[in-house]
Ligand binder design. Structure first.
Ligand SMILES: Cc1cc2nc3c(=O)[nH]c(=O)nc-3n(C[C@H](O)[C@H](O)[C@H](O)COP(=O)(O)O)c2cc1C
Length: 246
C-alpha cells in the first residue's frame, strides 16, 4: 500500500517542469513564432520518491510486478509496450516496439513473426534487451537476457485467443520483407480471409519468444540528474542487487 501511495504522488505530477512541459505530462502548445522548439531547451525536472534497496522485492520479477501495477494505475498509454533491441551475429543492432504479453519467473514473453528481422536476429544471436520507457512516472525498466522460443502449443494457444483480423493479418504479412504496394498486402489479406473464413490455424512462422532475464535495472528519475538506479544481476540461483551511478 505504501508503494501505491508514493506512486500516486508521482503520477499526480510531483515533478517540477521547465520548458513547454506541464507537470501533468501534457505538452503545452508553444507560440507559433517560437516554433520549432529548440531540442536543447526541452528538459524536465525529474523528482520522485527515492528508490531504496530496502524497498525492493527479493527478485526482479516481483519488483517488475509492483512497478507494472503502478504503470497501470497511472493509466499510461500502452504500459506493456516495450522496445526490444536485438543484434545480428555480426553485431549490427536494431530495435522496435512490441507488446509484452506475459511475464513470470521464467521470463518476459512477446509474440512475433519468426522470419522477421528480429526473428532472424534472435535465431543467430539469441539475446535481447527490453526497455519499458514509462516517462510520465519518471521510470524506466531495462531487462537483458537470453531468448528462447515458446513451445509450439503455447504459441498456438495464444494465437487462438487473438481477434480474427489479427490472425489473418499474421498470415498475410511476411513481416520485414519488402512489399511492392499497399494493394499487394490487401490482396493477400483478402485471399487468406477467403481461405479461412473462420479459425485460421497458427502459422509455423509465428510465435512467442521468452526473454530469460540475466539483469534487470529499475530507474527512478530524481532531482538534479541524481537518479536512482538499482540493478538485479543473476548470480547462480540468486540475485545480487547493485546501485549504479546515474
Ligand atoms: C505499440 C506497438 C506495438 C507493437 N507490437 C508488436 C508485437 O507485439 N509484435 C510484433 O511483431 N510487432 C509489433 N509491433 C511492430 C514492430 O514495432 C515492428 O514494426 C515489427 O515487429 C517488425 O520489426 P522487425 O522488422 O524489426 O522484425 C508493434 C509496434 C508498435 C508501435
Amino acid at each position: 500500500m505504501r508503494r501505491r501511495t508514493r506512486h500516486n504522488e508521482i503520477a499526480a505530477g510531483g515533478g517540477r517542469c521547465v520548458g513547454s512541459w506541464a507537470g501533468t505530462g501534457e505538452y503545452l502548445p508553444v507560440d507559433a513564432a517560437s516554433r520549432p522548439p529548440l531540442l536543447a531547451g526541452l528538459r524536465r525536472t525529474y523528482e520522485g520518491l527515492p528508490l531504496l534497496e530496502a524497498d525492493l522485492a527479493p527478485d526482479p520479477v516481483a519488483q517488475f510486478a509492483v512497478w507494472f501495477d503502478d504503470a497501470l494505475a497511472a493509466e499510461l498509454p500502452e504500459p506493456n509496450a516495450m522496445v526490444v533491441a536485438t543484434s545480428s551475429a555480426g553485431g549490427r543492432p536494431t530495435a522496435r516496439t512490441v507488446l509484452l504479453k506475459h511475464y513470470d519467473e521464467a521470463g518476459f514473453v512477446f509474440y512475433t513473426n519468426y522470419e522477421s528481422r528480429k526473428g532472424r536476429d534472435l535465431a543467430e544471436n539469441p539475446r535481447a534487451c527490453l526497455l519499458f520507457p514509462w516517462h510520465p512516472i519518471r521510470r524506466q525498466v531495462r531487462v537483458e537476457g537470453s531468448v528462447v522460443r515458446l513451445p509450439r502449443e503455447e504459441s498456438a494457444a495464444y494465437f487462438g485467443s487473438r481477434p480474427y483480423g489479427s490472425r489473418i493479418g499474421a498470415w498475410a504479412s511476411r513481416q520485414s520483407a519488402v512489399v511492392h504496394s499497399r494493394e499487394e498486402l490487401d490482396r493477400r489479406y483478402a485471399a487468406l480471409s477467403a481461405r479461412w473464413p473462420e479459425d485460421p490455424p497458427a502459422p509455423d512462422f509465428w510465435g512467442g519468444f521468452r526473454v530469460v532475464p540475466a539483469e534487470v535495472e529499475f530507474w527512478q528519475g530524481q532531482l538534479d540528474r541524481m537518479h536512482d538506479r538499482l540493478r538485479y544481476r543473476r548470480s547462480g540461483a540468486s540475485w545480487v542487487v547493485e546501485r549504479l551511478a546515474p
